[in-house]
Structures are given as structure tokens and as C-alpha cells.
Design a protein around this ligand. Structure first.
Ligand SMILES: C[S@@+](CC[C@H](N)C(=O)[O-])C[C@H]1O[C@@H](n2cnc3c(N)ncnc32)[C@H](O)[C@@H]1O
Length: 259
């Protein structure tokens, strides 16, 4: 993601970074104060440096229609491609619990992020109920102990009941090979690294698979507005629209709707 974003919006000022216990990852402080990760090799950031939290709220939670569904207490199902730091997941679950909305959230991720690094991200500042994050981190730590911290420990499915009606499934898998055996989703948060860095996840067959996993009227949202990606999404059957980007971030982002 970073390459595309940074080529569109060059850094105007030096942003603070912090080291992590993993020599392959650095913490990046973004412009809204929230923290994200940067890979040392390749320099891919997990979120926009203009504001990770602002981007996640706008591009995924809001533009997908999930925010509106959760506020209206409509049963909601979300598929996320690229769980990463869990920011989008925690934001969505937090809102679902606060509104008493049933939620099914399935996240696909190929690399398990150790709790020790997640703790450095100050995830509890992303949500209204910090206890949600404490419970999530305890769950992840227990899994890591169980699996001997030998990462990654997949492919596998890990389920976490975040609340009485909020069910999370993390599929530790390569999203290119992954298939859903459940009901189609209301929304897909499509958040791999940029097409030039993660081409397989932006291929026609992958996007066609995504289309088959959304219910009619549902959405696929992403930060990437490249012409070839818009064309590919149209070819597989989405109605594709550019939407204004988050405050301080990209000018435009993308919403695909399944007719
Ligand atoms: C831009 S980050 C996602 C950020 C995330 N949505 C968040 O809220 O933190 C992209 C993520 O996709 C994951 N990823 C890359 N290739 C993948 C693949 N083939 N299958 C599953 N996950 C993949 C990376 O490990 C990384 O965590």
C-alpha cells in the first residue's frame, strides 16, 4: 500500500518511527497520531501515513456501508482481505458491540503478527472500549503460547467470540488460495498491499472470487483507484465508483457495489 500512496502523496515532513522486536518491521506514527507498521524491506506501510485510523474509518468502515448497517442494528457480515494490525476489525467489532448489532467478521491473513508488536501499536486507542482490545490481546497471547510462538502457525482458522453476538474468524491462509464456504458477505474490506507489490491479490480471478463472495447490493471497498483495477472490478461484475478520500489523505478511493 505504501508505495502507491507515497508515490501519490510524497511525505512533506519527517514522520516519527519506532523499532519493534522484529527486525523486519518498524512502527510508523501517522499524521492523526495513530500507529501503523512499515516493512523494512520494500517499505510497505499497512496504512496511509496521513492517518491510519482516519483512513480505516473512512475507506473501510464508512464507505462499505458497514457503519450505517451497524448503527441501524442490521445483522452484518464482513470479509477482510489482509487483517494486518487488526485495526479495521477492532473498529468494526467495537461499533457492533456498542450498538448491540450481530456481526460476523472473517479476516484473511497470511502472516500472524505477534502480540508483542501489536502491544506497541497502542491498539486500545483505536476503540471506544479498551477492554475489547485487552480481551483480544489476551486471546492472541494464549494462542501464541499454545503454538509455541512458532509463527506463522497456519493454514488454520482461529475463532474468537468478541461479544455475545459478535463472532470473529481469522483464517491464517494465503488469500489467493482461500475459499469461503459460508453465506455471502455484506461487505469486503479489500486491503492487500498495492497491486505492484501484491499482484496476485489484484488479479482478475481473485477479484472474480471476491465478487462471488458478496451478496447482491453488497460492497467491496479499497484504497486503490488505479484504472486497471477499476476496469478489472467492472469486468467481474461490480458497479465501480470513485469516492472522496479521507481528510488529509488520498483524494479518491474506491467503492464497488454488486448489482
Ligand atoms: C495493507 S496491510 C492490511 C492492513 C489491515 N487491514 C489493518 O487494518 O491493519 C496488508 C496485509 O495483507 C497481508 N497479506 C499480504 N499478502 C497476503 C496474502 N496472499 N494472503 C493473505 N494476506 C496477505 C499482509 O501480511 C498484511 O498484513
Amino acid at each position: 500500500m505504501a508505495i502507491e500512496k507515497s508515490s501519490i502523496m510524497p511525505d512533506r515532513h519527517e514522520r516519527e518511527t519506532l523499532t519493534t522486536v522484529d527486525p523486519k518491521l518498524t512502527i510508523q506514527i501517522t499524521d492523526d497520531g495513530s500507529r501503523t507498521l512499515r516493512t523494512n524491506e520494500g517499505g510497505y506501510t499497512f496504512h496511509s501515513c496521513s492517518g491510519a485510523l482516519t483512513e480505516t474509518r473512512h475507506v473501510y468502515f464508512h464507505n462499505s456501508g458497514v457503519e450505517e448497517r451497524i448503527s441501524a442494528r442490521l445483522d452484518t457480515s464482513v470479509l477482510e482481505i489482509g487483517l494486518g494490525t487488526s485495526m479495521a476489525m477492532l473498529m468494526t467489532v467495537d461499533a457492533a458491540i456498542a450498538n448491540g448489532t450481530p456481526l460476523r467478521y472473517v479476516a484473511i491473513e497470511q502472516a500472524w503478527l505477534p502480540a508483542q508488536i501489536m502491544n506497541q501499536l497502542q491498539c486500545d486507542s483505536w476503540v471506544s472500549d479498551p477492554d475489547l482490545v485487552h480481551r483480544y490481546m489476551s486471546w492472541r497471547e494464549r494462542l501464541e503460547v499454545k503454538h509455541g510462538r512458532e509463527l506463522p502457525f497456519g493454514p488454520a482458522i482461529y475463532g474468537w467470540d468478541a461479544g455475545a453476538q459478535q463472532r470473529i474468524q481469522i483464517h491464517l491462509a494465503d488469500a489467493s488460495d482461500w475459499n469461503s464456504d459460508s453465506e455471502p458477505f455484506d461487505a469486503i474490506y479489500f486491503d492487500p498491499f498495492a497491486p505492484q507489490d501484491n499482484p496476485g491479490l489484484w488479479s482478475g480471478p481473485m477479484l472474480k472470487k471476491m465478487h462471488s463472495m458478496v451478496r447482491p447490493g453488497g460492497t467491496l471497498v479499497t484504497y486503490c483507484v488505479k484504472r486497471e483495477i477499476r476496469d478489472r472490478l467492472s469486468e467481474v461484475g461490480f458497479d465501480v465508483q470513485k469516492a472522496p478520500g479521507p481528510v488529509g489523505g488520498k483524494r479518491e478511493v474506491l467503492v464497488g457495489r454488486k448489482p
